[in-house]
Ligand binder design. Structure first.
Ligand SMILES: [Cu+2]
Length: 465
């Protein structure tokens, strides 16, 4: 009957020990609020009563256990400061729910009566808005407009019946700019009452969130509007994001919600797919069209589906190339085609370890391990079976494998490509293409970079813009 036991009951399938869940003493009449300490994907939480459904899995996250109290399904969220690891090597001091940011995913069934206790352990007031839910106006969670704010130390109760199935989100509607920049958000998935409606075999959820955290610091700059340096899936960055592990021939759904301040074109390799659900509801079959990239507008959710018929390691990422980078400055100069030999000779006299970089592009940064300031991540990192992946931020891998067990989400390692199916080097001779006389094409014609005295009018390439 207690939520904790439901949760531990799945531990046979657990990817990590149940010890990461620590219960709290339940106050009289209030269900306990389980807490997650680690950013590791927990196994799907199958229903133990009510209609059957295929539970979702939350990338680097978990589902909030509940208890039944009469005809009410009761949950307990605690808004509080949390520490979230973005990837090994970097931790952020955020605000979230029940020990993590994003908060735990809430799952329930169409028609359920839900009672959600919200305890505020933040230093300022908060509320929770249930994005996309059809509910009484007074349960909509807009501080000042539909309810008094929840003061620090207080607990409020939200009660409503779930009118429709679909994919919804939750987040504060109080000091919103600060509280969402600090990571307060979560998913609210409502499963159809008819278990066969829109049934899939694997159902992944994650939220897009962006942070601006200066290298060497821990707290996001909450006033930042555009210039973020950490682009995350569920407040994790590559290579810290879970892969989406899928059994060959499974029907798969991926639900992506955007609570950042810009749109994200989410692109998945290897498949075409169709958007089957938005935060407004299910998309009728006659209104779907094929896509390989789905743009997720700000404050919206898109769920897409496909049959996992093609085995392999398939990249899944935001197509804005700056969003697949970790901490970087955007005023880095372009040195492509610049010959730094003269400049390097002079600098190494003063700093023997100096490495000139960027003359041929920036790929060398993905392979080199340079010392970093405390608590930040390299701009691009991550290695796979063929070398450096040169990615960061909003990037992960869909891994489709034959013969997995039903609820097996363990990382299967890198794909073993069938012989003769990997791009290979041509070993024959390559003839020079003929070009018109006098057309400069190669690096021997590159611009020479010169060291000039400060203040010299011939600033050239070293000058300020
Ligand atoms: Cu993006």
């Amino acid at each position: 009957m207690m939520s904790r036991r439901n949760f531990l009951g799945t531990s046979g399938l657990a990817l990590v020990g149940a010890s990461v869940v620590s219960g709290r003493a339940a106050a009289a009449g209030i269900p306990e609020a389980p807490v997650m300490k680690e950013a590791v994907m927990q196994p799907p939480l199958h229903p133990t009563s009510g209609p059957d459904y295929q539970p979702v899995v939350t990338l680097n996250g978990w589902t909030l256990p509940w208890r039944m109290n009469g005809e009410w399904k009761e949950f307990h969220l605690v808004a509080e400061p949390v520490v979230r690891e973005f990837a090994p090597g970097m931790k952020a001091h955020l605000w979230g729910y029940n020990g993590q940011s994003p908060g735990p995913t809430i799952e329930a069934v169409e028609g359920d009566k839900v009672r959600i206790f919200v305890t505020n352990k933040l230093p300022e007031h908060t509320t929770i808005h249930w994005h996309g839910q059809i509910l009484p106006s007074g349960m909509d969670g807009v501080g000042g407009l539909t309810q008094p704010h929840i003061k620090p130390g207080k607990t409020f109760v939200y009660e409503f019946q779930l009118k429709k199935s679909g994919t919804f989100m939750y987040h504060p509607h109080a000091d919103e700019m600060v509280q969402m920049a600090m990571g307060m958000m979560g998913y609210f998935v409502v499963h159809p009452r008819d278990p066969s409606f829109m049934r899939v075999d694997r159902d992944f959820v994650f939220l897009l969130a962006a942070y601006d955290i200066e290298p060497g610091s821990y707290v996001p700059k909450v006033a930042e509007m555009t210039n973020f340096n950490m682009w995350t899936f569920n407040s994790r960055v590559f290579p810290g994001i879970d892969p989406l592990v899928v059994r060959k021939n499974d029907r798969v759904r991926v639900r992506v919600g955007n609570l950042t301040m810009t749109n994200h074109p989410i692109h998945m390799h290897g498949y075409d797919f169709a958007v089957t659900c938005t935060d407004g509801g299910w998309v009728p079959e006659s209104a779907r069209w094929p896509e390989v990239t789905v743009d997720i507008p700000v404050g919206a959710m898109r769920a897409y589906e496909f049959d996992a018929v093609y085995e392999g390691d398939w990249a899944l990422h935001c197509h804005k190339s700056h969003h697949t980078m970790n901490a970087m400055g955007h005023n880095v100069r372009t040195f492509i085609g610049v010959n730094k030999k003269d400049v390097a000779r002079k600098i190494t006299k003063l700093a023997p370890d100096y490495m000139p970089m960027g003359s041929a592009g920036m790929a060398d940064m993905g392979e080199m391990e340079m010392p970093l300031p405390e608590n930040t991540l390299p701009m691009m990192s991550g290695f796979a079976q063929f070398g450096a992946v040169e990615m960061g931020g909003m990037f992960t891998v869909l891994k489709v494998r034959d013969g997995l067990a039903r609820d097996d989400y363990k990382d299967p390692g890198w794909f073993k490509h069938p012989e003769g199916t990997v791009a290979y080097e041509y070993k024959g001779s390559v003839a020079e293409a003929s070009r018109p006389a006098g057309q400069a094409t190669t690096s021997k014609d590159a611009v020479e970079m010169k060291v000039v005295k400060p203040g010299s009018s011939k600033g050239g390439h070293g000058g300020q813009h």
